[in-house]
Ligand binder design. Sequence first.
Ligand code: GDP
Ligand code: MG
Length: 550
Amino acid sequence: MDADLIKLVNKLQDTFANLGGELDMPQLAVVGSQSAGKSSVLETIVGRDFLPRGQGIVTRRPLVLQLIHTPAPDPATSNQTYTEWGQFLHIDKRFTDFDAIRKEIEQETYRVAGQNKGISKLPIHLRIYSPDVLDLTLVDLPGLTKIPVGDQPSDIERQIRSLVLDYISKPNSIILAVSAANVDLANSESLKLARSVDPQGRRTIGVLTKLDLMDAGTNALDILTGRVYPLKLGFIGVVGRSQQDIISGKSMVDALESEAEFFRSHAAYRNIAHKNGTKYLARTLNHVLMNHIRDKLPDMKARLNTLMGQAQQELNSFGDAAIYGDANQVSLLLSAGRIRYHNAPQQGSLVLRLMTQFARDFVSSIEGTNMDISTKELSGGARIYYIFNDVFGHALASIDATHNLDNQDIRTAIRNSTGPRPSLFVPEIAFDLLVKPQIKLLEAPSLRCVELVYEELVKICHNCTSAELQRFPRLHAQLVEVVSELLRERLGPTTEYTQSLIDIQTAYINTNHPAFISGSAAAAQAASQAPPKQAPPRMTLTTPRMRWEV
Ligand code: GDP
Ligand code: MG
């Protein structure tokens, strides 16, 4: 596309981006029946081979293609060897090979829309970065069909229609209504659909593909000269690469050349050759975009002024003296349009202050001295108390001390531990043996408690966002990351510590502990509870933490 336009729009867009707004550029959406040549047209507009094309339903998810103008890297300062690349939203990888981009589009289509002709509304987002493109968004859409095939649901026609309408009904979109010349225009689905959202044909460009495939003796002259169907932006005929050309790998340059040759040498089109072809289509689009920008320019100017005013006000409200020094200097910098952070020592003190504030917020939300305490849900320190007291407490209380132990087990353990002699007293070894695994039951809830407290601490750290810190999202993200990392580092040792506490209790059962009810006391307690006759003798043993009824 036109280099001047590229420069102009990029300048405008940069200005807007710097001010936090964006220049609202039209989106080009292609509509047409299946295999009409939509993907082929889009590709030639972009000037690169990267879209899957072919017979049958190939485009099965919308492809939102953002072209992003990037200046070519300076070979003197950069060792980047490529100037153009693609990047998908769904994977973090730069594609410099456009064939690989095509493969990725195919795979990503399979992944969501299945192997068998199904379609999906979920768009694939692809950005192409190149020095030769205009910042512009193009949308490739599945073709309009009538009859379900493969996995397609019975209402496939309606589904595709509503999907396409989503994109073309936006007043800001330019519709490329693609029809194949070898199908009668009266049957053109794309024009019908375009008319339903753009009745006056103001933002619809008719594109007639496959002029080379028309029946011998027929031509599309009447259509191309606008005598058949009125569109303000007119009809443009193109000749794309046939399937054979695709298979034999015909290059884009060759294709453009043979297209030009086709129009030049065709008896019917010779006189309108200069108003047809892909190059002319690109130029027309250029023109449409230019007009669009011209229409928007007064608006944009007004918006720029408002944005500038707002930015200035916002800046003032931050009390810039903290960063830039004295107020006079700030206004001087502002008027010179040079707002840069270049006062390093003061910057340092600002960062330090924000970090201290962050630490203070963290502590105060744990201690409950935070200014804005929620009345709707527990937070901070109160949550931690809740975790210890309620969650952990309940988990402990709900442990069945004799889980997996019945009288038979106990008897067997006692008999085993006395060897060949009959037992007189309850042997300690049997007690130890039976009790140890039961103490281990405490471990799972304890570790869970550690985890919950850890999660809560991470949450608290995420919530420590003072209004001032919000102004520096990168610093905030970094702080949260570092603190979360510190917390995560402590998670391991805390877990080990908890495990070792349990191990300590298991390794040495302190029968001398005041809370331990020894054999005789237990017997007395059992007697005072007046057990029913014939009941087996009961014995209650209590470790410092748990009560055992045997
Ligand atoms: P889509 O389904 O509308 O996206 O159509 P594609 O771009 O995938 O094209 C469908 C088939 O038509 C492909 O095999 C193309 O090679 C072929 N095709 C597209 N445009 C032309 C054209 O102008 N002339 C010829 N002969 N074949 C074309
Ligand atoms: Mg397609």
